[in-house]
Design a protein around this ligand. Structure first.
Ligand SMILES: Nc1ncnc2c1ncn2[C@@H]1O[C@H](COP(=O)(O)OP(=O)(O)O)[C@@H](O)[C@H]1O
Ligand SMILES: [Mg+2]
Length: 253
């Protein structure tokens, strides 16, 4: 591959040892990381049933960058919540990274959320009283990883994301773009097979939005992790290996 100037200057091209290290090897190429059949989520609100997802069939091969589009209310967040184990399907089948999410108890789901997926949200969801480094370390400490190794990996990730000088800063001392980059580091700390981003640039100006999309594309390329981005923004389009459109809880053909 011919490397451009920008590539050579990239921190991921730094000597080994200064790069964020991948803990688990990537899944074999093209093994589906997501397999859904007739995936359905009905919300019961009082006496009313609201359809979030209306019977979706979906296979996402490992290593893809997937862009998920659709108008507000079309089911994007519902789908990401199911893929991330934040919510349970009403019916159908859903297997993510080999784990059957239609079965199993809360403990299985907790383990799944900690070890298999990393999530990024529009509103960043950083803990306000923890500094940048602590926010990034937290999911790994909860997952039981050793403190010294976690700190090292968090620093590596934050340096890669251009936040090496901000480790001790609190979220309120950061710009929106910096908060979202902190959230990206946090999503990567447990080396997830699948990174899910729900409107990750919804609260960012266009310059920071472009940067965040480029970083998501970069981590997809660099770490070979599957990335699903729900977004209204066209900024993700150039990076999409797979484009999905939801309409009223169904995938548009
Ligand atoms: N917790 C909930 N309770 C009831 N209805 C919900 C809930 N979450 C989402 N919905 C409904 O499910 C549909 C899909 O919503 P959502 O997945 O949030 O769409 P999007 O992210 O594309 O805007 C909408 O009709 C929405 O009102
Ligand atoms: Mg949404």
């Amino acid at each position: 591959m011919v490397q451009g100037k920008a590539d050579r200057a990239h921190p991921m091209n730094a000597p080994a040892g200064t790069r964020p290290t991948a803990v688990t090897p990537p899944s074999p190429a093209n093994a589906p990381v997501v397999q859904a059949r007739n995936l359905t989520r009905i919300y019961q609100v009082g006496a009313v049933q609201v359809t979030g997802l209306d019977g979706i069939d979906l296979a996402i091969p490992a290593g893809r960058l997937v862009v998920l589009k659709g108008e507000s209310g079309s089911g994007k967040s519902t789908l990401l919540s199911l893929l991330g184990g934040l919510d349970r399907l009403s019916s159908g089948e859903l297997v993510v990274a080999g784990q059957d999410l239609s079965r199993g108890g809360e403990e299985d789901l907790t383990h799944f959320r900690r070890h298999v997926v990393g999530m990024i949200f529009q509103s960043f969801n950083l803990l306000p009283t923890l500094n940048v480094l602590e926010n990034v370390c937290l999911p790994a400490l909860l997952a039981g990883s050793a403190y010294t190794a976690v700190r090292r990996r968090a620093r590596e990730l934050l340096e890669w994301l251009g936040l090496g000088e901000r480790l001790n800063h609190l979220p309120r001392q950061l710009s929106g773009g910096e908060m979202q980059r902190t959230a990206i580091a946090r999503a990567l700390i447990n080396d997830p097979a699948l990174v899910l981003a729900d409107e990750p640039t919804g609260n960012l100006d266009s310059q920071n939005a472009g940067k965040v999309m480029a970083l998501l594309a970069d981590l997809n390329r660099t770490f070979k992790r599957t990335v699903v981005i729900a977004t209204h923004s066209h900024l993700a389009d150039p990076y999409a290996a797979m484009l999905l459109t939801l309409r009223d809880g169904r995938l548009a053909a």
